[in-house]
Design a protein around this ligand. Structure first.
Ligand SMILES: [Zn+2]
Length: 63
């Protein structure tokens, strides 16, 4: 497993278009606060939320 990808930028700064460093809380170029989706915690939360939602839908369908 390579962790190299995590050090690369995945999104661009919405304010100046500079590539955001993955996990960075702010843009390195303009110091604008980085979007929440630039942090893995957002995606973990989204995944957990998705699984819970799916579980609820299946539960509702099954009852
Ligand atoms: Zn910026």
């Amino acid at each position: 497993m390579s962790d190299n990808l995590d050090n690369n930028s995945r999104f661009k700064c919405p304010a100046c278009g500079e590539a955001l460093v993955w996990r960075a809380k702010a843009c390195a170029a303009c110091k604008e606060t980085a979007p929440i989706y630039n942090h893995p915690a957002f995606w973990y939360g989204l995944a957990v939320f998705g699984v819970i939602s799916l579980g609820l839908i299946l539960w509702v369908l099954a009852t």
